[in-house]
Structure formats: structure tokens, C-alpha cells
Design a protein around this ligand. Structure first.
Ligand code: BGC
Length: 772
């Protein structure tokens, strides 16, 4: 650094800085930042630049480094605190205790040279204290309003405890259920995924970055992570540009359009180039094509991974290549091998420019300024307590769980159960009374005591008039490898557990024989799904299948509730009713009881095709027509190629009829929107929800297009006998796609088929033409 720069730094501290900030309009900006109005871009930039002008290269590198706070290791915690106090950390992740967040912020604001507050990030994926159903469940509600409300609550709790940024939503399209992280996303479809993406960003951020009670949203993992080969987490991804543009990038575009303030780069390589060093993704697509203006963070340790991948030559090279690809902040570098900490050396060696380093620093500082951290850095501990305990948050969790459940089978109207007609119920299964599993993975601050399990929910619903017996039936097996979310002790304890399930299976069967109905809660433990939790099977883990078949063999009515995120294979077993309740969250048991006893009717729909068995995956509904289309269902000689349950499918306690599909114009010019309407009638005898879905198929054009693509949906509540006309508009964007031959988005002059109904197999059809 030149002495001139040093002088300038000195000159701008203290009173001079205050004057400079005021001169750039900052005094009024300060009041705006805490009073519910967005700051202007000019003001934000001027304030960031005033700080940058005073920073050393080391402070800049620190500002764009985010550390884990290892609160369970005093040694590591001290190292982090020392780094922070020396201005060598701009952000921390993984602290959620409000007092600790406040303590750390006091150090940053009071002890560091430039008094720059820390930005606290956290995995607020499906709630902080109030745990919402997992994201794939919320997607199954087919109600973006639910997604927005759930993340509004999550944001409110996070902001109250002092967290400023949620590493969410996960926007990875997932078409392979072996991949454990399908639980975090919205399933297989880009249209549903985009609607859920935008809604979640709005929920987290409010109407602008810095809205009171809101946090920055960081959609992840950019991009293509869900397509890892074999469904194995972290493994490579090979996607054509056409799949990237038409499927995998779509939800990210929607999130950027909704104003997301951050994007997280993915771990793996896309077509051979690691996402975190991928300039095409992070700069050409994200910034230049989409106009993203927030900051980009790596996934944890992913900058250093450029070396691991055999992409960067050294740790220094990894830092340079990540920065130059478009990364602004390095998340959680392992100590001693931070790639971004080497940036000052690379600057001195001329491998990066000051402007490149400053651009990253500016984006991070701008986020802090917009969030009002300079004016209000600390945590109001009393207010935090009040917000975390807010009963309204639990109501949102209950409603979200009720709206997420998907009824897959209901023979002879087995559900809803009648409290009056029943004398006894047996609740069976290893997940029936497990609070920890009920809330699912990706939660760290939940209150297990407050969580309502399915057993507790049923007991509370039926009261003393109905006898409720319970048997876990079987134990869940331990994982063969340790999850990154398990301690060594937890893993060892699981491994050491050696239970003979036979006596408990027999007890469960005996209890079922004595009961009027058996409710089985089966599925995967939360540790079996999520990050680092891919699986080579879709079977029920352990001896659950045997338990299920033994209970069905009693001849008693059996209701199976699947607690899972994967489409599990129950081997053709035929319980009277089958409902996917996902991991339903803090209020899961109450919601499930309300569904079982008909206080509400299930209205969720599958966000993915449910395969018959694992050999079929991936099995997206939006596939292309291929050679010998008549035998498309017989691509395997040993069984049908169709899904067991199609994308968009889900039953209700009522019935619905779709009619009167109207395509407003038989022929339109390119660039003109096409209104479509359809009538939905509740033909049953109870008030219930239905999801009207609109699909298109392009018959011919510049490229071949999928047999069906979702292009509109609306969840409705209809009284018995009520008919509603649902109106959709197919915009020119909906009719366009990225074509490999032109390497651009095109809208063809062609014929479109249109289908409307309550799943991707909807029969009611129409068509229209687009002319030149
Ligand atoms: C995950 C991210 C997460 C980060 C911080 C990573 O391993 O891939 O989704 O946000 O850890 O916890």
C-alpha cells in the first residue's frame, strides 16, 4: 500500500469519516435504515466506498471471510474471536444463541479498528425455533402463500435473535430420490420450483433488503447440485446447457427476479468446471444476464475445494480463481487453509487487482449497510424471547403441515376416521412418537419438548373417549457411515444398539388385533435424509416393511402415514389409506390429527413423480417423446415404465370435476399471451381443496419439447357443489425455451396442446396455434 493510501485511511477515520458519510447523505440514510425504508443505491455505495478507502488488504480479505463459530470447542471459539477482533472475519455462521450473537457483535463493533459489524448467517431452512414442515412438504402444498408465510415466520425469529442472513431457500431441482437433499427443495419441476423460490425470497426478505423483522435470503446451491450422478451427494454433475437453462437455472432466475440479496455457489463441478470457480455461472449468467446485484458466498470450504477438485494449482490459486469467477465471500474455510486469506499476497503479486478485491468487499459491506447493522448492531434479548415464543408462529406451522400432506390412497373412504365410531386405535411405528424425527433435518434450535408427535396429536384429538395404544414396532437401523450431523457418540450409540425387533413386532400385531384401526407411522429417520444422506434404496429402512405386512395381515383397517421426503417403495402393500405427511414440524402431530379426523381435508399434491421402484429413477414427468411412443410405458420388459403416482397427484376427502377448458384464442401471434380457463367443481359432500393445474406440450419446433410441462396452478377451497372458473395466462415466456441449436431462448411458431386437471396426467385438453 502506498503512503498516500495510508494517509487517506487515517484522514477518513473519526470525525472526517462522519463528515464524509453525512456529505453523501448518510445521516438521513441512517435513520432510513432503521425506520422501514430502503436506502438508495448511491447512498449505500458511498458508505461502502468510504469504508473501503480505509481498509488494508488484510482487512479486506477478512471482511470477505466467514468463519464457523465453534461454540462447542472453546479452543476453536477463541481462534474465531481472535480473528474477528483483529478484523480478519467479516461474517460468522452457525451461532443462534441471542446472547452469544450479541456478545460477538459487541466485540466487532467495539474492539475492531473500523468497527464494522459482523453479518451473521445461519441455515434457517425450515424454521428457527418454530419448525415448519420441510421444504419439499411446503412445495407439496402447491401454495406459494404457505411458503411465503413459513419463511416470514422463520425470518422474524432469526432476525430477533440477531441472525441477518438465511442460507435458504435451496433451489436445487431434484429428479433422483436417492439424493438426500431433495428434502430441502421443491422437487422435480422448474415451474413449481420457481413459484416456491420467489415466495420464499419474499418471505425471508420482506419488501426490500433491510425490512424490519426480515433477513437476507441466500438461494443455493448455484447450480445443478441436484443432478449429481447416481444421486450421490457432492458428486459431479453433467448437464446439457438445455437442461441447465430450461430446468435447473429457472428457480434461481425467479429468486434473482424476486430480489434475493445473496447466492451460494455449489460444491460440485458442472460439466467439469467446479461451480465455485465457474465464471460462466457466477458472472456471465448470474450478474451479466440476470443482473444479480447481491453478493455471492461459497458453500462451506468450497473455495479451497477448487484445489481438491484438481482445478486450482494451489490454495492461493483457488482464492484467485474463486474471486475472479465471481465469488464475494468464502464460507467456513478450514483454519490455516483459507483461500481468501491469501488474496493480499495475490494482490501484491499482481494476480488480482484492487478493483476486483474491492468489488467483493463492497458487495459484502453493502449488505451490512442495507441491513441497518451500523445503526442497530445489537440484539434486544427480551424482544427475542417474546418473538420465539409467539403462538402465532405455531399456528403458521400447523397450517403449513395441514396443507402439505398428500393423500395417496384411500380405499372405501377409510379416511377420515370418525371419533364417534371408534373405540380404540393403535398407533404403531418408530416415528410415531419421535419428536426429533417429526421436525426433520436442518434444525438446530428446535424445542423437542414442545414438538407435537403424531401419537401426541392423536391422543389430544380423541381425548379420553377412545383408547389409544402405542407400539414403536421396530427400531430404525443405524447408518453405515456417520452423518456430518451426528456426533461420534451418537453414531457409536446407534451402531452399538442391537435390538431384536421380533417381540415388539408381535406386540404391535397383538395390539392391532385388539384395535378398531391401526395407524402406522413409517419412513426414514431424519438422519437418513438431508445433506450427506444419499441412499441406494427406496425401501423402508430396517424391518418396517415386515411390520407393515404383519399388521395388514390382521385384517384390521390400516392407515399408513409416511414420514419421509423420498418416494418410498412399500412393495405393493395395500393399506386402506396412505398419506405422506413428510417431516411436518413443531405442530406436526396436531396437523396430522386434524387431517386424520377430517377437521381439514388433505389437498397437497406430489412435487415429483413417485416411481414404482428404484430401478426407474430418474423418472421425470416432463420427458420427451421418443422412438416407438406407443410402447413408452413398456421401456422395461419386466414392469411398467409409468410412475406409481404421477407428479401433481393427491387425493382429497371430496371429489372434483374439471370441465369447460377454454383457450381464449385459437391462433395468436408470437409474443402474445394466451388466456386459458377451466371450471372446477366440488362434486363431493365436504368443503375441500383442489389444485387446478395447467400443462402445455409444444408439438414441433426448433427443438423437441417435453410431453407435458406445468405452466400454471392454483389451489382452491370449494364448498360442496361449488364451481369456480380458474383463469390462467400463458405468457410468451411460458411458451419460450432455450434451444441448443440457436443457443438462445426461442418462441416457435407452432401448435400447443393444453391440458388442465388435478395431476400431470390430466385428460381434459385443448390446443392453440402460434403464428409468425
Ligand atoms: C451445505 C450448505 C449449508 C452450509 C452451512 C454446507 O455443507 O451444503 O447448504 O448452508 O453447509 O451450514
Amino acid at each position: 500500500m502506498t503512503s498516500k493510501n495510508k494517509l487517506r485511511r487515517k484522514a477518513l477515520t473519526g470525525a472526517a469519516l462522519a463528515a464524509a458519510l453525512t456529505a453523501s447523505g448518510t445521516a438521513s440514510a441512517q435513520s432510513k435504515a432503521t425506520s422501514g425504508m430502503p436506502l438508495s443505491d448511491e447512498v449505500v455505495r458511498a458508505r461502502a466506498d468510504a469504508l473501503i478507502a480505509q481498509m488494508t488488504p488484510e482487512e479486506k480479505a477478512g471482511q470477505i471471510t466467514q468463519y464457523f463459530d465453534f461454540t462447542d470447542s472453546p479452543e476453536e471459539a477463541k481462534r474465531v474471536t481472535d480473528e474477528m477482533a483483529a478484523s480478519r472475519a467479516g461474517s460468522l455462521l452457525f451461532v443462534h444463541d441471542p446472547a452469544e450473537l450479541d456478545r460477538l457483535q459487541h466485540i466487532a463493533v467495539e474492539k475492531t479498528r473500523l468497527k464494522i459489524p459482523l453479518l451473521f448467517g445461519y441455515d434457517v431452512i425450515h424454521g428457527l425455533r418454530t419448525i415448519m414442515p420441510v421444504p419439499i412438504a411446503v412445495a407439496a402444498s402447491w401454495d406459494p402463500g404457505v411458503a411465503q408465510q413459513a419463511q416470514t415466520v422463520a425470518a422474524r425469529e432469526a432476525r430477533a435473535v440477531g441472525i441477518h442472513w438465511a442460507f435458504a431457500p435451496n433451489l436445487d431441482i431434484a429428479r433422483d430420490p436417492r439424493w438426500g437433499r431433495l428434502i430441502e427443495g421443491a422437487g422435480e419441476d422448474p415451474y413449481l420450483g420457481s413459484a416456491m423460490a420467489a415466495a420464499q425470497v419474499r418471505g425471508f426478505q420482506g419488501s426490500y433488503i433491510g425490512s424490519p423483522g426480515h433477513v437476507i435470503s441466500g438461494p443455493k446451491h448455484f447450480a445443478g447440485y441436484g443432478a449429481s450422478i447416481g444421486g450421490r451427494d457432492y458428486d459431479e454433475v453433467n448437464l446439457s446447457d438445455s437442461e441447465l437453462w430450461n430446468v435447473y437455472l429457472k428457480p434461481f432466475k425467479a429468486a434473482v427476479d424476486a430480489g434475493a440479496g445473496n447466492i451460494m455457489s455449489a460444491y460440485m463441478g458442472v460439466n467439469g468446471v467446479p461451480a465455485t470457480g465457474n465464471r460462466w455461472l457466477l458472472t456471465d449468467v448470474l450478474r451479466k444476464t440476470w443482473g444479480f446485484r447481491g453478493f455471492v458466498v461459497t458453500d462451506a470450504g468450497a473455495a479451497h475445494d477448487l484445489l481438491t477438485h484438481g482445478f486450482a494449482a494451489s490454495n492461493e490459486d483457488a482464492g484467485v480463481r474463486a474471486l475472479q469467477a465471481g465469488v464475494d465471500m468464502e464460507m467456513a474455510p478450514p483454519f490455516g487453509i483459507s483461500a481468501f486469506k491469501t488474496l493480499p499476497q495475490s494482490l501484491a503479486a499482481g494476480k488480482i487487482t484492487t478493483a476486483q478485491l474491492d468489488d467483493a468487499v463492497r458487495r459484502v459491506l453493502e449488505a451490512k449497510i442495507r441491513m441497518g447493522l451500523f445503526e442497530k448492531p445489537y440484539v434486544d434479548l427480551q424482544a427475542a424471547k417474546r418473538v420465539l415464543a409467539d403462538p402465532a408462529h405455531r399456528e403458521v406451522a400447523r397450517m403449513a403441515a395441514e396443507r402439505s400432506a398428500v393423500l395417496l390412497r384411500n380405499e372405501g373412504g377409510a379416511l377420515p376416521l370418525s371419533r364417534r365410531a371408534l373405540k380404540s386405535i393403535v398407533v404403531i411405528g418408530p416415528l410415531a412418537d419421535s419428536a426429533r424425527d417429526t421436525v426433520g433435518p436442518w434444525v438446530f434450535d428446535q424445542d423437542d419438548k414442545e414438538t407435537v408427535t403424531v401419537l401426541a396429536g392423536i391422543k389430544a384429538e380423541v381425548g379420553s373417549g377412545v383408547k389409544v395404544a402405542y407400539s414403536p414396532g421396530v427400531t430404525l437401523p443405524a447408518r453405515v457411515n456417520k452423518s456430518i450431523f451426528q456426533s461420534d457418540e451418537q453414531f457409536a450409540a446407534g451402531k452399538a444398539r442391537n435390538v431384536d425387533d421380533t417381540p415388539e413386532i408381535q406386540r404391535a400385531v397383538a395390539l392391532a388385533k385388539d384395535a378398531d384401526v391401526a395407524v402406522l407411522v413409517l419412513g426414514e429417520g431424519q438422519i437418513m435424509v438431508g445433506e450427506n444422506a444419499s441412499r441406494s434404496s427406496l425401501d423402508l429402512p430396517g424391518r418396517q416393511q415386515e411390520l407393515l405386512d404383519a399388521v395388514i395381515a390382521t385384517g384390521k383397517p390400516v392407515v399408513v402415514l409416511l414420514m419421509s421426503a423420498r418416494p418410498l417403495d412399500i412393495k405393493g402393500s395395500k393399506p386402506a389409506a396412505l398419506m405422506d405427511i413428510w417431516y411436518p414440524g413443531t405442530q406436526g402431530g396436531t396437523a396430522v390429527a386434524n387431517l386424520l379426523f377430517g377437521k381439514v381435508s388433505p389437498g397437497g399434491k406430489l412435487p415429483y413423480n413417485w416411481p414404482r421402484n428404484i430401478g426407474q429413477v430418474p423418472l421425470p414427468y416432463a420427458h420427451l417423446t421418443t422412438h416407438q411412443p406407443k410402447t413408452v410405458e413398456e421401456r422395461y420388459w419386466n414392469e411398467s415404465n409409468t410412475p406409481l403416482y404421477p407428479f401433481g397427484y393427491g387425493l382429497s376427502y371430496s371429489t372434483f370435476a374439471f370441465s369447460n377448458l377454454k383457450v381464449d384464442k385459437a391462433k395468436v401471434a408470437r409474443g402474445v399471451a394466451v388466456p386459458v380457463s377451466v371450471d372446477v367443481r366440488n362434486t363431493g359432500s365436504r368443503k375441500a381443496d383442489e389444485v387446478a393445474q395447467l400443462y402445455i406440450h409444444q408439438r414441433y419446433g426448433t427443438a423437441a419439447r417435453p410431453v407435458r410441462e406445468l405452466k400454471g396452478f392454483e389451489r382452491l377451497t370449494l364448498e360442496p357443489g361449488e364451481t369456480r372458473t380458474v383463469r390462467f395466462t400463458l405468457s410468451p415466456d411460458d411458451l419460450s425455451y432455450w434451444a441448443a441449436s440457436t443457443r438462445s431462448f426461442v418462441q416457435d411458431a407452432t401448435t400447443f396442446d393444453v391440458y388442465a386437471g388435478n395431476s400431470s396426467t390430466a385428460a381434459l385438453g385443448g390446443s392453440f396455434e402460434v403464428a409468425d
